[in-house]
Design a protein around this ligand. Structure first.
Ligand SMILES: Cc1cc2nc3c(=O)[nH]c(=O)nc-3n(C[C@H](O)[C@H](O)[C@H](O)COP(=O)(O)OP(=O)(O)OC[C@H]3O[C@@H](n4cnc5c(N)ncnc54)[C@H](O)[C@@H]3O)c2cc1C
Length: 564
C-alpha cells in the first residue's frame, strides 16, 4: 500500500480522461475540474466516504469500464495529521475531522467529518461478526468470509502484547471469561487480543486506503450533499442524482446515467436519515413540520440504537505502555475492553466524560474539569500516567431512540434522542456488567497490577470540583455501586454512561430498506452504512460495515452483468 501523501506526482501523470488529477494516490477532483463532475453521467454516485462508502466504491470500481463518483463532506486526512497515529487520536476532539455533539440527555457523541469517515477517527478495534450473527441476519456467509479476508489483509494488524495486556487476559480467564482465544478478529466468547487498524508503528490504516490508485472513482471532498434528485412523472419515484455544495460554496449537482445508474447513500447513522428526510422520505408528520413535501412515508430515523459504555479507572503500580485498546473479554451480551495510558493528560478530552453526569457534560464543565486537572500538584499529574481503564459495552441492546431534524440545513447536526438504560433488559445486563467488573478488579492478576481501584488523582479532583451538585462530581462517580442494590446500580449506569460510538439502525433492513439495501418505494436508491444494521455485529462494527459494503458492491456488479 502506498503511504498517503507521497505519490501525488505519479497520480498527476495518470490523470484520467476528463482531466481529474490525483492527490496522495487518491483520485481527488480539484476545484478547477468540478464543472466536469456536473457534466459527467456516472454509473454510481456514493454519498459519504466512510466505512460503508469507501469499500463499496472500491468494489464497484473493479469493473474498470464503470465511472463512480464519491462525494464526501469532509476534507482528506492530509488536512488532519491527528487522524494518522495513535498519539494524534487523543487530540482529535480539538479538530473538525470529528464533530462532537450531544444526545438530548447530554451524552457526548462524535460524528466523523473527513474522508474515510469513522475509520479515520475511531479507536481502530477490528472484529468480524460471529458466524451466528451472520446467519441470523441472513447474510451470505461465503461472501462475507471472502470480504473479511480481503479487508483483513489490507487494513488490520495485531494489538499490543505486553505485561499489562497479559495480566488482563489472565484476569479474564480467572473469572470465567474464557478460553483465551489468542490474537484474532473473530467474535468468540472468551478473552482475546484484538486486531486493529493501527500497525506496529501506530500508524492507522483506514477505509480510503482501499481507493489508492483506483482511477475510475472520482472523489470530491468538502462536498456537502443536500438532497437527492428524483424523476418519476409516471408515479414511480426514481433517484437520478444529487445536489451538493462544494468547498467554494457553489451549489452543484451530479447525475447518474439514465441506463442503470444508481445513487447509494453511505452518510452514516445520522447523515443518511438526514438526507432521506431532506429529500422527502421519512415520517410524514415530521417532514410536514419542517415544511418538507413528503414523497415516501418510511420510519426513517426511528429505531436508533447504541451500545452504552461504562467503566472505571484503576491506579496501577507501574506506568503501562500507552495503548488505546488491545485486549477484550467477550461474554454473551457484554464486551470488556482494557485501555492503558488512559490517564495521561492528553486523554482528558475523551477521558473526563464519565466523571461528570451526562446533563453536565457541557463545554464549560469539561473546561472546568480540565483546568482542575491542570492545577493538580505535579506528583498527582504523574499518577495519571500510571492508570488504566476497564470498560464494558453492552450489545444486543433493547433501548431504542430516534434521530430527528430541527432544521432543513444539511450542515446542521440532527438531534439524537437516545435514552440509555431505559429498557429493563439493558439495565439488567448493565448490572451483570458491574458484577463482572467487580470480580475482575478482585482477581489475582489485577490485584498484582493495581494500587487502588480509584486513582488518587480522581479523589483529589473532587474538592476542586465542589461547584458541581452533590453526587455529580468526579470522585463520587468512579466508585462502583453494589450490584445487589438495583436502584443504586441503575443510577450509576445512567450517570457514568458514555457512548461506544456504535450508533446504528436508523434505516434498518426490513423497515426502510430491503435485503439488497434498496430504499422502499424508490428506484435506483440504496443505503450502505451503519444505519441499515439491526444490531451491532461482533466486538465492534467497522470491519462488518466495510465487509457489507464490499459484498454489496460485488453483488451490484453481478446484477449489472445479469441485466445486460
Ligand atoms: C470516536 C469513535 C470511536 C470508534 N471506535 C471504533 C472501533 O474501535 N472499532 C469499530 O469497529 N468501530 C468504532 N467506531 C464506530 C465506527 O467507526 C462506525 O460504526 C463506522 O465508521 C460507521 O460507518 P458508516 O459508513 O455508517 O459511517 P461513517 O464511517 O461515519 O461514514 C459516513 C461518511 O459520510 C459523510 N457524510 C455525512 N453526511 C454527508 C453529506 N450530507 N454529504 C456528504 N458526505 C456526508 C461523513 O463525513 C462520513 O465521512 C468508532 C466511532 C467513533 C466516532
Amino acid at each position: 500500500m502506498a503511504p498517503l501523501g507521497t505519490d501525488s506526482k505519479a497520480g498527476v501523470a495518470n490523470a484520467s480522461a476528463n482531466g481529474v488529477h490525483y492527490s496522495s494516490g487518491l483520485n481527488i477532483v480539484p476545484a478547477s475540474k468540478l464543472d466536469l463532475v456536473s457534466s459527467t453521467e456516472y454509473d454510481y454516485i456514493i454519498v459519504g466516504g466512510g466505512a460503508g462508502g469507501c469499500p463499496l466504491a472500491a468494489a464497484l470500481a473493479e469493473e474498470k469500464s464503470l465511472r463512480v463518483l464519491l462525494l464526501e463532506r469532509g476534507a482528506t486526512r492530509d488536512q488532519y495529521p491527528e487522524t494518522k497515529t495513535i498519539d494524534g487520536w487523543y487530540d482529535l476532539p480539538s479538530t473538525d475531522a470529528l464533530q462532537l455533539t450531544r444526545t438530548k440527555d447530554g451524552v457526548v457523541f462524535a460524528r466523523a467529518n473527513v474522508l474515510s469517515g469513522g475509520t479515520a477517527v475511531n479507536i481502530g478495534v477490528w472484529g468480524h461478526a460471529s458466524a451466528a450473527h451472520i446467519k441470523e441476519e441472513g447474510w451470505d456467509a461465503d461472501a462475507m468470509r471472502s470480504a473479511y479476508e480481503h479487508l483483513d489483509a489490507r487494513l488490520s494488524h495485531p494489538g499490543l502484547e505486553g505485561p499489562f495486556q497479559d495480566k488482563m487476559l489472565e484476569a479474564f480467564t480467572e473469572i470465567g471469561i474464557k478460553p483465551n482465544n489468542g490474537v484474532t478478529p473473530e467474535h468468540l466468547i472468551g478473552a482475546k487480543t484484538i486486531m486493529r487498524t493501527w500497525d506496529k508503528n501506530n500508524v492507522r490504516h483506514p477505509a480510503d486506503e482501499l481507493l489508492v490508485g483506483v482511477e475510475n472513482v472520482d472523489i470530491v471532498t468538502q462536498a456537502l450533499v443536500s438532497k437527492i434528485r428524483f424523476s418519476g412523472s409516471d408515479g414511480t419515484l426514481r433517484a437520478v442524482g444529487v445536489d451538493f455544495t462544494s468547498a467554494d460554496g457553489i451549489p452543484r449537482s451530479a447525475d447518474v446515467s439514465p441506463s442503470g445508474g444508481e445513487v447509494i447513500l453511505a452518510a452514516g447513522t445520522m447523515g443518511t436519515p438526514q438526507l432521506l428526510m431532506l429529500s422527502g422520505i421519512g415520517p410524514e408528520t415530521e417532514l410536514e413540520k419542517l415544511g418538507l413535501t413528503p414523497r415516501v412515508s418510511l420510519p426513517v430515523g426511528r429505531n436508533l440504537a447504541d451500545c452504552p459504555l461504562n467503566g472505571i479507572g484503576i491506579q496501577t503500580r507501574e506506568a503501562p505502555e500507552r495503548d488505546v485498546i488491545s485486549v477484550a473479554g467477550i461474554q454473551e451480551d457484554r464486551i470488556f475492553f482494557v485501555s492503558t495510558g488512559n490517564g495521561e493528560p492528553g486523554t482528558t478530552k475523551w477521558g473526563l466524560m464519565p466523571m461528570v453526569t451526562p446533563g453536565l457534560r457541557t463545554n464549560e464543565t469539561m473546561k472546568t474539569t480540565a483546568a482542575a486537572i491542570g492545577a493538580l500538584p505535579e506528583e498527582l499529574r504523574a499518577e495519571m500516567g500510571r492508570s488504566m481503564g476497564v470498560f464494558f459495552k453492552l450489545y444486543r441492546v433493547k433501548t431504542r431512540g430516534a434521530i430527528t431534524l430541527d432544521s432543513t440545513d444539511p450542515a446542521a447536526t440532527p438531534s439524537i434522542d437516545y435514552p440509555y438504560f431505559t429498557d429493563p433488559a439493558d439495565v439488567a445486563s448493565g448490572i451483570e456488567g458491574i458484577r463482572t467488573l467487580k470480580a475482575l478488579l478482585a482477581s489475582k492478576p489485577v490485584s498484582e497490577l493495581k494500587v487502588d481501584t480509584v486513582p488518587q488523582f480522581l479523589l483529589k479532583l473532587a474538592p476542586a470540583l465542589a461547584a458541581f451538585p452533590p453526587g455529580q462530581y468526579p470522585g463520587a462517580l468512579p466508585l462502583l455501586p453494589d450490584p445487589n442494590d438495583a436502584s443504586e446500580a441503575a443510577t450509576w449506569l445512567r450517570n457514568t454512561v458514555c457512548t461506544c460510538w456504535h450508533m446504528h439502525g436508523t434505516c434498518r433492513v426490513g423497515e426502510v430498506v430491503d435485503d439488497e439495501h434498496r430504499v422502499k418505494g424508490v428506484e435506483k436508491l440504496r443505503v450502505m452504512d451503519a444505519s441499515v444494521l439491526r444490531d451491532v455485529p461482533g466486538t465492534n462494527p467497522m470491519a462488518t460495515i466495510m465487509a457489507l459494503g464490499r459484498v454489496l458492491g460485488l453483488k451490484m456488479l453481478k446484477e449489472r452483468v445479469e441485466l445486460a
